[in-house]
Design a protein around this ligand. Structure first.
Ligand SMILES: [Zn+2]
Ligand SMILES: [Zn+2]
Length: 366
């Protein structure tokens, strides 16, 4: 068999295997629904008022949790805009140069009109030689998806998707509702769990569902609570998981708070300005994912003052640079299903390693 054929088979097998953790979660969710609704509420709870309240509250949380989880899994991560991709002639020009400095010269020329303020730690233009793109700020190449992902946070095996600009709000709501779901099940199952150990439950199969439900819900509550607290902190600081492990580098050096605008504005960047949408898993994040407001007074003297019409806005005693003219309408991109840019094959020049986080797999930047 041709090597490329066996490579394709291997890649397809890997893609199928990546769905196993997601399938595992859906099976647990389906079982928890059966255990709670059928075995606990219908077969065990005797008080009618208690039964109705439990079922109503449970279904609200269940629907919100499943909705947010679905959105996190199936929202396509966004890739850099066309403006950041190298043209065919630039690609050839770059490949002809074998000296790093000459290549940087070409990349600097290409990046001149782009709203880019971050650099590699050595001060070079961030470039992906697998996707042939000048990386926008906060964009990273995901080794699992094999694509550059805008404002990449991490690649999450539990959703088999990259968590980034397009679905970070959904991911936050998924954590919120799954935690509330588990806490609610734990709290309402507690008295029946105690009855299980004091022989207060009738001797039916329901008692075992009630016991396992309590164990599963309480254990998930603990792990979800820590992950939820960590991501709340990230939202307040306007940092991605990758940026915690490697602070963004600007021309003056690394600055872990380079994108932080204060808690309220940081929160609104992810959840949007309209309060009525904050708790719903619909896309309301601000910006276009390619350029981000920064709290730096002079992020990069070599970049044009207004690459996309940046305007300095004074508020709360701080100066923030906002891209006044977003490069695109994020929402219209999210609504379209088509792949934005073709994937490119290429040998990697990996200059930094991925980071590992609980419940996450590795990411790497090229
Ligand atoms: Zn890439
Ligand atoms: Zn990924």
């Amino acid at each position: 068999m041709a090597p490329s054929g066996s490579r394709n088979i291997k890649r397809n097998c890997q893609r199928v295997l990546y769905w196993i953790p997601v399938l595992f979660i859906w099976l647990i969710v389906a079982w928890s629904y059966y255990a709670y609704v059928v075995q606990l509420c219908i077969a065990t709870v005797e008080n009618m008022a208690e039964k109705i309240v439990y079922l109503l509250a449970y279904h609200v949380l269940f629907i919100m949790f499943v909705w947010a989880y679905w959105q996190t899994i199936f929202t396509k991560p966004l890739n850099p805009l066309k403006e950041f991709h190298l043209s065919h002639s630039d690609k050839e020009l770059l490949e002809r140069e074998d000296r790093g400095e000459s290549q940087q010269e070409i990349l600097r020329r290409l990046a001149k009109d782009l709203p880019i303020y971050t650099r590699t730690t050595s001060g070079a233009i961030r470039y992906c030689d697998r996707c042939y793109v000048v990386k926008p700020d906060r964009c990273h190449h995901c080794s699992v998806c094999d694509k550059c992902i805008l404002k990449m946070d991490h690649h999450c095996p539990w959703v088999n998707n990259c968590v980034g600009f397009s679905n970070y709000k959904f991911f936050m709501l998924f954590l919120t509702y799954s935690l509330l779901y588990c806490l609610f099940v734990t709290a309402t199952d507690l008295q029946y769990f105690i009855q299980f150990w004091t022989n207060g439950l009738p001797d039916t199969q329901a008692k075992f569902h009630i016991m396992f439900l309590f164990f599963a819900a309480s254990m998930f509550s603990v792990s979800l609570a820590s992950l939820f607290a960590y991501h709340c902190w990230l939202v307040c600081k306007n940092r991605s998981t990758l940026e915690v492990f490697r602070a963004p580098a600007f021309r003056h050096g690394t600055d872990k708070n380079g994108f932080s605008l204060g808690v309220s504005k940081n929160f609104r960047q992810v959840f949007g300005d309209e309060k009525k949408y904050w708790l719903l898993p619909v896309f309301t994040s601000l910006g276009d994912g390619c350029s981000f407001p920064t709290c730096l007074m002079n992020p990069d003297p070599e970049q044009p003052a207004s690459p996309s019409g940046n305007a300095a806005i004074k508020s709360d005693g701080e100066t923030h640079l906002f891209p006044a003219k977003p490069l695109r309408e994020s929402q219209s991109r999210l609504l379209s299903n088509g792949l934005s840019w073709a994937e490119s094959e290429g040998t990697g020049n990996k200059d930094c390693q991925g980071t590992i986080n609980p419940a996450m797999t590795m990411e790497k930047e090229t």
